[in-house]
Every structure is written in C-alpha cells, then in structure tokens.
Design a protein around this ligand. Structure first.
Ligand code: B1M
Length: 207
C-alpha cells in the first residue's frame, strides 16, 4: 500500500510529524492498526536497523528515526491495546550494576520496540535482584543486559546465575562494547549481539 511505504520512508528520514499525520490519515481511511504497525512503522525501523548494521547510517539517524517511530506509536498504541493485538514478545532491558552508560542500551531497546516487542526499560545500574524482580513482575521472554565497562560486565554472570536458580525459561541476551560471544558462552547467556539490529535478530530467533 502506497501510503504505508510513504510512512516507512518518512520514518527512515526521521520526519516525526509526517509519520504521526500519516498514521492518522491511514487510520481514517480504515486501515487496521496492526497493518499500519507492520507495514509502515516496523518495516521502516527494520530498514534503519539494517542500514545501521552496514554503517550506512549512524547513531543520530537511528535516534531520529526512533523518535519518528514514537510519534507514530503515540497514535497507534492505544488502538493496538484496545484491539488486543499481541506484541511479538516482551523484553526487559537494563545496564548492569555499577554501570551508568545507557546510549547503547537505549538503542537496543528502541530497535526491539521498532520490531514490535513490548520493551520494559529498567534503566542503568541494575543489580541482579532488580533483574530478578523484573522477571517476576513482568514475565518477559527475554532479559537484555548491557555493559560498557570491563569492570561491570563481570556482574552479568550474577544475573544469569540468579535467573537459572529460579529455573526460569527466560532467555538472556548480553551486549556492550567489551562483551564478546566467548564471554556469553562462558557465563551461560543465551545470546550475544554486537549491535542493536543483531540483538533483535537474536531475540526473534530465541523466542
Ligand atoms: Co564512559 N567509558 N565512562 N562515559 N564512555 C567508555 C565505555 C570507555 C571505553 C572510554 C575510554 O576510556 N576509551 C571507558 C571504558 C573502559 C573499559 O572499561 N574498557 C569508559 C570509562 C572508563 C568511563 C568512566 C569510568 C570514566 C570515569 O569516570 N573515569 C565512567 C564510568 C561511569 C559508570 O558507568 N559508572 C564513564 C562515564 C561516561 C559518561 C557518563 C561521561 C558517558 C555515558 C553517558 C550515557 O551513556 N548516558 C560516557 C560515554 C559516552 C562513553 C563513550 C565515549 C561512548 C559510549 C557510547 O555511548 N557509545 C565510551 C567510549 C567509546 O565507546 N568510544 C566510554 C555509543 C553506543 C551506541 O555504543 O554502548 O557500545 P555501545 O552500544 C552498542 C553495542 O555495544 C551494542 O549495541 C549498541 C548499538 O550498536 N550493545 C548491545 C550495547 N548494549 C547491548 C545490549 C545487547 C546487545 C547489544 O543485548 C541486550
């Protein structure tokens, strides 16, 4: 549908007002909210994610596109909830204990949101107990851990261990500049991603 393509294009260009107006127009024309979500917003954010991965666009473009996504979602979200549309999955994401870096974690969260996940942002400096509480309260499909310091990435193991002790089926994805696949293997995390778009791919494959 032409107007959904237009919406996807506007989102990729970060035109928040245009995206919001297009969502309203398309809704008025009788298109279902889920179709708008998939065909306009998620598709646009998916393209940005892929381009970010290929270094064709950079962090500012992704943030601007995410802002446009939020603008569209502000119109669409109440209607999706009312229609009982099931999201693709649920992720609780946070930066680990002692670590205040949140730019990467926010990007990963935005990409998950853009892919149709319900995202619970736990913020920064999150202890294993906080992740555990979030698991008990929200029952997410995935818990995402971000760390930017070599001194804080080590606390990821405590989170994985605490969740395992609960025999929880939740999948744990880890990432952040100092984190590697071999570290993920070592601590028993279910997935590792080097960037936000890959995190979403891994998240989808795990649930
Ligand atoms: Co800090 N810092 N910092 N810092 N900081 C680094 C990380 C550092 C590499 C700088 C350096 O020395 N060259 C260094 C770490 C060294 C190390 O441990 N090896 C460092 C240090 C030492 C510190 C302090 C200790 C400095 C001090 O006070 N002496 C201090 C620590 C504070 C704390 O956390 N307790 C500190 C503080 C800060 C600021 C507050 C000033 C600020 C953070 C602001 C904020 O986040 N709101 C800051 C910043 C901005 C940086 C740099 C410059 C940039 C980090 C960033 O946002 N990158 C950084 C140097 C650098 O990286 N060039 C540095 C952009 C972001 C999009 O990338 O977070 O890697 P990134 O996320 C990527 C991937 O890693 C991945 O996807 C993202 C998008 O592709 N990813 C995931 C991230 N999380 C993921 C989770 C996933 C999957 C993928 O699954 C769940």
């Amino acid at each position: 549908m032409e107007s959904l393509e237009k919406m996807s294009e506007a989102l990729q260009q970060g035109k928040a007002d245009e995206v919001r107006d297009l969502v309203t127009q398309v809704l008025d024309a009788g298109v279902e909210p889920k179709k708008i979500l998939d065909g306009g917003l998620i598709s646009g954010m998916g393209i940005i994610g892929e381009r970010f991965k290929r270094n064709e666009v950079y962090i500012p473009e992704v943030l601007i596109a995410a802002r446009a996504m939020h603008a569209g979602m502000s119109v669409l979200e109440p209607l999706l909830i009312k229609a009982g549309v099931k999201m693709l999955g649920k992720i609780a994401i946070g930066t680990v204990k002692g670590d205040l870096h949140d730019i990467g974690k926010n990007l990963v969260g935005m990409m998950f949101k853009g892919a149709g996940f319900n995202v619970i942002d736990l913020g920064v400096d999150c202890s294993a107990e906080k992740f555990l509480e979030a698991y008990e309260e929200h029952k997410p499909d995935i818990i995402g851990l971000s760390a930017l310091l070599t001194t804080t990435m080590t606390s990821m193991k405590a989170v994985v261990d605490a969740l395992k002790e609960k025999n929880s089926a939740v999948k744990v994805i880890i990432g952040g500049a100092p984190v590697t696949q071999s570290y993920a293997d070592e601590i028993g995390a279910d997935g590792y991603a080097a960037d936000a778009a890959s995190a979403v791919e891994i998240g989808k494959s795990l649930i």
